[in-house]
Design a protein around this ligand. Structure first.
Ligand code: PEP
Ligand code: MN
Length: 287
């Protein structure tokens, strides 16, 4: 087969869409099921939790707050991709053990990042969804490794990746036989410095147009400011996102990582109530 047969250059100006992720090759949406939770259906799925797992109390208190406000999947990093080697790097396997306990206590499935091919088996032994972070979106050996699993993968858009590069990264995972991929828009790097990243909400309808895979939005890393998170979370749902991943910390001011963009439990509960109204206004429900 010619390499062009895998692409659809006519689909959209300048962006060719590889075959396995292309909506033309599979018009019906892919619904990624995490236990009973359908990601990519008419219901909007809210994932929340701390940037990093820090200790027992922090994770359990935050997880309970997420659950009681209506979050249905718990996020938390155990292996953290920090820009500085001197910053908190995460608890490693100890963090995974705490996430497992939080899942037992709350019943919430867990999503956590894997950064290294050598750790895929370990992390997959704990996680319900494996996260590939922005910095690793083009780590092709890692994409192939999680492609060999039969477990959901949350693929975050690289901070300098075009939509085409993002879809090609997803294609690597599908090409290994794992079609349970959730795409996550988390902001891209632009000339703008007032926000941590420029949240590209236009990517939501574009990706929904080009691919059958579910699309979620991370308004926390997408803005870097706690006070902006509710606005952009609501805008993302209005734009057609299938879910959100939001940083919540039981004491944001004490967080070891990303406290400035983490919602308090009260802020998260208020947002959940508002999201219900936005979802209804666009013909959807919050799962
Ligand atoms: C995260 O979600 O924990 C994270 C590090 O985000 P990103 O990869 O989008 O920077
Ligand atoms: Mn973070």
């Amino acid at each position: 087969m010619e390499s062009n047969d895998y692409n659809d250059p006519a689909m959209i100006g300048g962006c060719s869409v590889p075959i396995r992720v292309n909506r033309k090759s599979k018009p019906e949406p892919t619904i990624v099921k995490v236990n009973e939770i359908p990601i990519g259906s008419s219901e909007v799925v809210i994932i929340a939790g701390p940037c990093s797992v820090e200790n027992h109390e922090q994770l359990m208190e935050t997880a309970k707050a997420v659950k009681s406000a209506g979050g249905v999947i718990l996020r938390g990093g155990a292996f953290k991709p920090r820009s500085s080697p001197y910053n908190f790097q995460g608890l490693g396997e100890e963090g995974l053990v705490l996430l497992k306990e939080a899942r037992k206590v709350t019943g919430l499935p867990i999503v956590t990042e894997v950064m290294d091919t050598r750790l895929v088996e370990l992390v997959a032994g704990y996680a319900d969804i494996l996260q590939i972070g922005s910095r690793n979106m083009q780590n092709y050996p890692l994409l192939k490794e999680v492609g060999m699993l039969r477990k959901p993968v949350l693929l975050k858009r690289g901070m300098m990746a075009t939509i085409e590069e993002f879809l090609l990264a997803a294609e690597y995972i599908l090409n290994q036989g794992n079609d349970q991929v959730i795409l996550c828009e988390r902001g891209i790097r632009t000339f703008e410095t007032s926000t941590r990243n420029t949240l590209d909400l236009g990517a939501v309808p574009m990706l929904k147009h080009l691919t059958h895979l579910p699309v979620i939005v991370d308004p926390s890393h997408g803005t870097g400011h706690r006070w902006m998170v509710p606005s952009m979370a609501k805008a993302a749902v209005a734009a057609g996102a299938d879910g959100l991943i939001i940083e919540v910390h039981y004491k944001p001011e004490e967080a070891l990582c990303d406290g400035q963009q983490s919602l308090s439990p009260a802020e998260f509960a208020k947002l959940m109530a508002d999201l219900k109204k936005i979802a209804q206004a666009v013909g959807r429900e919050i799962y």
